[in-house]
Write a protein that binds this ligand. Sequence first.
Ligand SMILES: *Cc1c(COP(=O)(O)O)cnc(C)c1O
Length: 396
Amino acid sequence: MTTGELITLSEKNIMGTYKRFPVVLVKGSGARVWDSDGKEYLDFVAGIAVCSLGHSHPKVVEALKRQVEILTHVSNLYYIEPQIHFAGMLVEHSFADKVFFCNSGAEANEAAIKLARRYAYENMGGHKYELITMKDSFHGRTLATITATGQEKLQIGFAPLPEGFRYVPFNDVTALENAITDKTCGVLLEPIQGEGGIKIPDGDYLTKVRQICDDRGILLILDEVQVGMGRTGKLFAHEHYGIKPDIMTLAKAMGNGFPVGAMLATDRVAAAFIPGTHASTFGGNPLAMAASLATMDVLIHHGILDHCTKMGTYFLNKLEKLKRRYPVIREVRGKGLIIGMELTEDGGSIVRKCMDRGLLINCTGGYVLRFVPPLIITRPDVDAAVDILDEVMGSQ
Ligand SMILES: *Cc1c(COP(=O)(O)O)cnc(C)c1O
């Protein structure tokens, strides 16, 4: 089939939830992907912060091949060997004592919301169920997670939404303090807002949020679905800020492209989940666990985090230089390899022109270009991407 025929067939049979670029990506390797016409792209989207080790990383491919021949799926009615090993690795390298596995970021946040409510029900009395979340946040597309998401445009037409969510602006300590009532059981936020335009927390914001949660006896839940698993140069973004959450959610990069999610918590909080309170058929499935185990092993033992930090600094500096030359760039900000370039105008045409020249990037909230390349990118990759951006911005 030609590319045009594939696209027509896609539009015919697949629900129209996505506004797609008119390309079919058919192959990937490292930081590169190819479309159905054989055109090569440098991939600074990486499946939206998913393929952190690059496409088809040999260790992940090998782990999946090995596992698919041994055991593809059983149920959580039984103990699952790769699940046991991967949970052990997550617990060893995080604040958490216990893990619940699921299949996506939204599901991980659903699990976190349920755990927070159940913990409050068991320990604070049934009247505390409210979560405070942030404006411009993003937590997923299920009913509870669009409600947790502080963006009205994602909620329109889906009423009635579940009760029990209140919103405050990110980076506003006073608004948070004022929003807490005797119904509040926790605060849910992304340590760095991803979809909201790569918003970085002010110096001591997260420390203060932690302090407020401790003082008021409520839970701190961090959504690290986008920034966790090495994206910022540390395994988890909150490590930059010297705090620990009570609950944390992960997904995107965890399986380097194999769908998987997790919700982690301390023993104290996790104790509220007993048999029958929550479950997932596919959660912690052998294939997902094999992919995640291989991914995390490479992340930790192959110097990826340090490399990410170095490449992040190198990339950010080059973007700062571009900023001095193009007034359309309002600000460049980021941590490790999640970098946003805020523009004074809509970024759509820059994204399309970059794509024509073989660079994939995307735009969040209309005017923030988002760069989330694989963490294994090299200096020449960064140079090539910045050259293309330079050329595109010069021609605007
Ligand atoms: C992508 C994302 C989600 C949703 O993850 P899905 O796997 O698409 O359900 C939730 N929270 C954050 C911060 C995300 O970036």
